[in-house]
Design a protein around this ligand. Structure first.
Ligand code: FE2
Ligand code: FE2
Length: 470
């Protein structure tokens, strides 16, 4: 694939030869930059940041490290290399040639899928706008900005699809992606979890572990799409996404590490006098971020999800590696639901339970992070272990919504649930405490007292490298 470096927008989608598309994107670009200035990282426009920039999808091209001022980041458009003779992998059109153009009958559904995905990308940049001011180290500050610019690029990726394949209404949707804002009373972002500000770095690490991972699983499902440009866009986005989850998983792990050290040094579980984050508080943050993130998968049974699958638009996680019929005409799924006596299982058609299946895969993947954190506890000789709460705990969407279910999956009375709530979820006082330890550390090699340094630096540089020149 040839990259047209001469274009204002680095790309491997032949923008140079498509005047109509080029004009559309060049008209959108200044609005994007306005949005970045207004809603992107506050007060770091002049800083030089050691960032990874994609200039091609090939091995040498997608991870170029260099010093960049954030507003000058080159947000490009890249599709993974095409797969020769690619076929639709699932649903009614299985084995048909993959679509290079939007099938007319699925136009609205496809546009909706792209818009919902696209909406989350700038939303997280908006949510994280203020975080830079309280960074625990320059290494972390750089990682925040890397995540931010890549979420910006993911917005470009979705806007490219809208402009290239959906004509006028695609352009209108591209505009609207810059007009909705996280937490805006009149024009909020589409999904609830993307309207809460990320106010502290513990929340940021939890967000990148849990909520970016929802993003990963949505991209995994879309990367199976029979609409080939969408599949290839998502395949490339997934490479960048992996770094976001690395930031989250290792970030929480470093907090766990530091908390263990403080517990041993002070011979106490109560780390607040030492400026640390105690393990119970970490478990509460896990409970909160896990429960709001699994809401993002939607209702357990969904006719929309069934239709996205049957139509070949959105597959399952690792669709191609599965050995079933890829149509789900006969299969059933054992769904957990809330009965009068408590939780129970019922068999439902697997086709209607696509969302729940993706949630299962997501939960299994989240658990791997917890296993890593628990391994740190074990190494440090601490007996506590973190657990994921039951999927019915603290839900706002689907069959568990509003039911008083405990983290271990017991259906209890609303009074009992309310009485224990502060043991399970962060309280205002907890959040205020976490806030109080978030003081900026911006000297190279120094790190805040509530988190351990990373095991290694970025791009073979040492941990004390000056990753951001302020
Ligand atoms: Fe993203
Ligand atoms: Fe991400």
């Amino acid at each position: 694939m040839e990259v047209t470096y001469s274009d204002r927008i680095p790309n491997n989608v032949g923008l140079h030869d498509n005047r109509r598309l080029q004009r559309a994107l060049e008209a959108w670009q200044p609005r994007y930059l306005d949005w970045w200035h207004q809603m992107g990282p506050e007060s770091f426009d002049a800083a030089h940041v050691y960032l990874r920039t994609a200039t091609d999808v090939g091995r040498g091209g997608w991870a170029n490290f260099d010093w960049v001022r954030l507003p000058e980041y080159r947000w490009g458009i890249f599709l993974a290399d095409p797969e020769p003779d690619r076929r639709v992998g699932f649903g009614e059109h299985r084995d048909d040639p993959a679509w290079q153009e939007v099938p007319g009958e699925y136009r609205n559904q496809l546009r909706r899928l792209i818009v919902v995905q696209g909406d989350t990308e700038p939303a997280s940049v908006e949510q994280q706008r203020d975080l830079g001011k309280t960074c625990p180290s320059l290494y972390d500050l750089r990682n925040l900005f890397q995540v931010n610019v890549e979420e910006g690029r993911h917005l470009w990726a979705m806007v490219y699809l809208l402009d290239a394949h959906f004509g006028r209404d695609g352009r209108e949707e591209a505009e609207a992606l810059l007009e909705r804002h996280a937490g805006d009373a009149d024009r909020p972002r589409i999904l609830a979890a993307f309207n809460e500000p990320t106010t502290d770095w513990l929340s940021f690490f939890m967000f990148t572990h849990f909520t970016d991972r929802d993003g990963r699983f949505q991209l995994e499902a879309l990367s199976e799409s029979g609409f080939d440009p969408l599949a290839r866009t998502c395949q490339f986005m997934l490479r960048e996404e992996a770094h976001h989850m690395f930031v989250g998983t290792t970030g929480v792990g470093r907090v766990v590490q530091r908390s263990c050290e403080l517990m041993r040094e002070g011979d106490t579980d109560d780390l607040r006098p030492l400026g640390g984050i105690d393990l119970h508080l970490l478990q509460k943050y896990i409970n909160f971020h896990f429960s709001v993130s699994i809401d993002l998968f939607g209702g357990e049974t969904s006719s929309n999800a069934a239709s996205y699958f049957s139509s070949g638009l959105k597959g399952r996680f690792h669709e191609r590696q599965r050995s079933d019929d890829h149509r789900l005409l006969e299969a059933t799924y054992a769904l957990t639901e809330v009965g009068a006596q408590g939780l129970r299982q019922v068999d439902v058609p697997a086709l209607t339970a696509i969302n729940e299946g993706l949630r299962d895969d997501y939960i299994a993947n989240c658990q791997k992070g917890l296993d890593r954190w628990n391994a740190i506890l074990a190494e440090q000789g601490i007996a506590t272990r973190f657990t994921l709460p039951h999927r019915g705990f603290h839900r706002s969407i689907g069959i568990f919504a509003g039911h008083p279910i405990t983290p271990t999956g017991q259906l209890v009375s609303p009074e009992a649930w309310a009485a224990a709530r502060d043991e399970w979820l962060p309280t205002d006082a907890d959040r205020a405490y976490v806030h109080s330890v978030m003081r900026p550390v911006v000297e190279p090699g120094r790190i805040a007292g509530w988190i351990a340094p990373p095991a290694s630096g970025i791009d073979d540089h040492p941990v004390d490298f000056e990753y951001v020149r302020l």
